[in-house]
Design a protein around this ligand. Structure first.
Ligand code: F6R
Ligand code: MG
Ligand code: MG
Length: 364
């Protein structure tokens, strides 16, 4: 059976502040997608939150970038924004950057990860969702999952994975894309994806069969809006088992925290903490950045799950290390590298203060 899996997300208002989603907003989204399922537009759906981001997880047979599906997501976000406004939630509608829907939500604020595939005998899917971070946050874990034999032993000993994977890398500033084959071209690829602010891994393909293995959202809110309007809080879909990495190989990079951009006012470096669904509430200094992993089996496009994959004591140490890194970085207060460089901060007072102090700067 041919399936399209679409994960479309937006922050339509936070409860409380920017920490999480209100249950009424989630309920509204469920009603909207239930109607679409009733009409046959969707095969199935699952609505959930990661921090203040509302996640619409949908299966259908319309293909990627489908106008009806994107309009459904947009209309759902608009309905949910109305609830958020009524409750006076914080930042109601913050990610809806356009006034009206125009064909595809990709350039309108919401984050989108989609993939089209033939459902396997057993289709295992992991969906990662992050809050308080930017779209390049998946570069390091995707590299480890699909190209690092110290992470993924299947690359070495599983005959159906041994030939490797192909990475589609987007230059999000220059609007160009390039394909890299792993393992042959990993040194070339790392020059680029080691700079996740500019280069983001958009998708990964099984090299021999060409089948899609992973797909991520690479929308850069600041670039869409032309100004800093919030972090992207990206999502990523990964297919697991068989010719793809095992669930445990996919989760393994999250057993030690990566350092990402985001956190308070989208203007800091902080540890990406792997947490269970109920811990995805960015509270300390509006963070630290969180990632959750929802595992599903698909049965003819229907979701069996989610299984809360980081709800496991095996990730306790990662959480503890993330807290230690958080403490360490917080000690730097307003200094780099905790605070982002001037040109990457979401908030800045620099132009105003520079203007005020300009007469006091003397040539030397
Ligand atoms: C970061 C984030 C928060 C806000 C902060 C100030 O992505 O969402 O850290 O930037 O709470 O929020 P405002 O400006 O809405 O009062
Ligand atoms: Mg928010
Ligand atoms: Mg968010």
């Amino acid at each position: 059976m041919e399936i399209t899996l679409s994960v479309i997300k937006a922050d339509v208002g936070g409860y409380v502040g920017h920490s999480s989603c209100h249950p009424d907003v989630l309920q509204k989204a469920k009603e909207s997608l239930e109607r679409a399922k009733g009409k046959g537009l969707l095969i199935d759906y699952h609505v959930m939150a990661c921090g203040d981001d509302l996640q619409l997880i949908m299966t259908h047979q319309k293909g990627e970038d489908n106008e009806e599906i994107h309009k459904l997501a947009w209309d759902t976000f608009v309905d949910c924004t109305n609830i958020a406004k009524r409750l006076k939630l914080h930042g109601a509608g913050q990610d809806l950057l356009a006034d009206a829907f125009s064909g595809n939500v990709r350039a309108m604020g919401p984050g989108v990860a989609e993939m089209y595939f033939t459902e396997r005998e057993s289709e295992t899917i992991v969906i990662f969702m992050a809050d308080k971070t930017a779209s390049g946050a998946w570069n390091l874990p995707l590299y480890k999952i699909f190209a690092d034999p110290f992470n993924t032993i299947g690359l070495v000993i599983a005959p159906n994975m041994h030939s490797g994977f192909t990475f589609e890398v987007h230059d999000v500033t220059g609007k160009k894309k390039i394909m890299f084959n792993a393992p042959e071209e990993i040194y070339d690829m790392l020059v680029f994806i080691g700079s996740p602010h500019r280069y983001a891994v958009k998708a990964v393909y099984h090299k021999e069969s060409g089948e899609i293995a992973a797909s991520s959202s690479t929308q850069h809110l600041a670039l869409i809006a032309g100004r800093y309007v919030g972090k992207d809080d990206p999502v990523c879909i990964v297919r697991a088992q068989g010719k793809f990495p095992a669930v445990g190989e996919i989760l393994e990079p999250f057993a030690s925290p990566n350092i990402v951009k985001g956190w308070m006012r989208g203007s800091h470096h902080g540890p990406l903490m792997s947490v269970s669904f109920c811990q995805a509430r960015a509270t300390r200094f509006d963070g630290p950045p969180r990632v959750i992993a929802a595992g599903f089996q698909l049965a003819n496009g229907k979701f069996v799950g989610p299984n809360d994959l980081f709800d496991d004591p095996a990730f306790d140490l990662a959480r503890q290390q993330a807290n230690e890194i958080a403490n360490f970085l917080r000690r730097l207060g307003p200094f780099e590298p905790h605070r982002l460089p001037l040109d990457e901060m979401e908030y800045t007072t620099m132009p105003e203060i520079a203007k005020k102090l300009a007469p006091r700067f003397k040539d030397m």
